[in-house]
Design a protein around this ligand. Structure first.
Ligand code: SAH
Length: 464
């Protein structure tokens, strides 16, 4: 796989880059990884109304340690917000769903695009290199991933970086992972780091683990984005924003009222939704001109977007966010997944994933004009613009085994088919305003302005 180093001007044809760069097909050789993927199970991509909690028989409503903890909390201080419920259930440091288990893949509760096809991560790797080149090939960059799951996506991106070493040569790259889950951080380290170099661990420090990747790049783990050094960075968040806690509201004749979670007085050990009797503080996050009668707002997403926007406006770089979501139109999207099936959100808390669609209009608003935003564009459009068809053809041409070809085609269909993940998932980016005006942070003001190259994946029509 020798790769001719592309020049700046040569890069916008991403399909071509994907075609020439001969990424090593580790997965094609590695039957074990492929064997773990089943195509029929992606129910997570389905939307709909799952707001109410059904009347499950008692045997389907086990009293989990998390349920006991929440009932104790509600008995002591009263009904809790949906956001507090989501936060406790998913990321409570002792009993949270994300903290102690591997929920991804066939044996888990849901499966994500990078786990479905290697092409997904490869195209994202090309996106970052393309932006790095378009903004003047900075001497160093940090790649920061929020919620890296099993580390599969990053592994595919780093393989592209290795293959394009001639392009990235002399660039000082470091990897920074923001992960709250002890268990998943261990899986990420196994997947990504060089076994011979011991990991440094320090549970009390903001950098709780440090190591070196298989390709020799320094890698560090944090619990909070705030602790990642404020240097020139590319940020990545795939299926991360959808697990951040949302507040839910309903319009009533008396104004907005927050949906809360209380103990059901009729059924023992059961939770139920109630409406707050008066206004609650999170109401401040609802837009004055809101026309929907049910809304979900995610202040934590707002805080993270403000932090990303601030960082990108000061140091340059970009953020690429991919998730299922809408542009400010949906109402009730809070739902649960367990064993690849929809799961009543109030039953057996701590045993199922909880998620809500990402409101991209809210993310755009929270960037507060500090940076420019692109998208959301549908996954199908983004991946097609990034050259997925060319990449698929290269991989198909290289594989003789019918079962591998079949898997590649099924993976492509899952990612691209509008009825599967192609239309439900969206890509959204934050980039410095200068990027759209043909200047970069390094350009001297006296230099003449080069015309900006289009931002890969989004195409000209998606520019805002
Ligand atoms: N990006 C991966 C995993 C998605 S699952 C993929 O696409 O396959 C969500 C990820 O976010 C998990 O790694 C989970 O542990 C992490 N996570 C959840 N809440 C978090 C929080 N508040 N801060 C940091 N990471 C979080």
């Amino acid at each position: 796989g020798a790769c001719p180093p592309p020049e700046i001007g040569a890069l916008p044809t991403h399909g071509r880059l994907a075609a020439v760069c001969g990424v090593r097909d580790e997965r094609l050789r590695c039957g074990r990884r492929w064997a773990a993927v089943r195509w029929a199970v992606v129910r997570r991509a389905r939307g709909g109304k799952y707001f109410s909690s059904g009347n499950e028989p008692a045997e389907n409503n086990p009293v989990t340690p998390m349920l006991r903890h929440l009932m104790y909390k509600i008995k002591s201080t009263g009904p809790i917000t949906v956001a507090e419920y989501m936060k406790e259930v998913l990321t409570n440091p002792a009993k949270g769903y994300y903290v102690n288990r591997d929920m991804l893949g066939e044996k888990g509760d849901f499966i994500t695009s990078p786990e479905i096809s290697q092409i997904f991560g490869e195209l994202l790797g090309i996106w970052f290199i393309s932006e790095w080149i378009a903004t003047g090939k900075n001497a160093a960059f940090q790649l920061v991933e929020l919620g890296p799951g099993r580390g599969t996506l990053l592994g595919d991106i780093l393989r592209v970086f290795s293959q394009l070493a001639s392009v990235l040569k002399n660039c000082d790259i470091s990897i920074h992972l923001v992960e709250v889950s002890q268990k998943l951080s261990e899986i990420q380290a196994l997947m990504l780091t060089e076994e011979k170099v011991l990991l440094e661990r320090n549970a009390g420090s903001p950098v709780y683990m440090k190591g070196v990747t298989k390709s020799g790049i320094p890698i560090s783990w944090y619990r909070d984005l705030q602790d990642v050094p404020k240097e020139y960075s590319f940020y990545l968040a795939h299926e991360f924003f959808d697990v951040l806690p949302v507040h839910k509201f309903q319009k009533t004749p008396h104004g907005w009222r927050e949906v809360l979670i209380d103990i059901d007085p009729q059924v023992s050990d059961k939770l139920r939704f109630v409406l707050a009797p008066c206004a609650t503080p999170a109401e401040a996050f609802i837009q004055c001109d809101e026309t929907r009668d049910h809304v979900e707002v995610c202040p934590d997403a707002g805080v993270i977007i403000q932090e990303l926007s601030q960082r990108i406006s000061l140091t340059g770089g970009a953020a690429l966010i991919a998730d299922y979501g809408h542009d400010g139109t949906k109402t009730d999207t809070f739902r649960g997944f367990c064993g690849h099936r929809l799961h009543d959100v109030l039953i057996a808390p701590g045993t199922a994933d909880l998620t809500a669609d990402v409101d991209f209009s809210y993310l755009r608003r929270m960037s507060q004009g500090k940076v420019a935003s692109l998208g959301p564009v549908k996954q199908q459009t983004f991946l097609r613009n990034m050259g997925i068809d060319v990449r698929l053809k290269v991989l198909l041409d290289k594989s003789d085994e019918p079962s591998l070809r079949q898997q590649l085609l099924q993976g492509y269909d899952m990612l691209m088919n509008p009825t599967k993940m192609g239309e439900r998932f969206n890509f959204f980016a934050l980039i410095p305003h200068q990027r759209l005006h043909g200047r970069n942070h390094q350009t001297n003001a006296c230099q003449s302005k080069p015309s900006p190259s289009p931002v890969a994946g989004f195409g000209e029509l998606a520019w805002r």
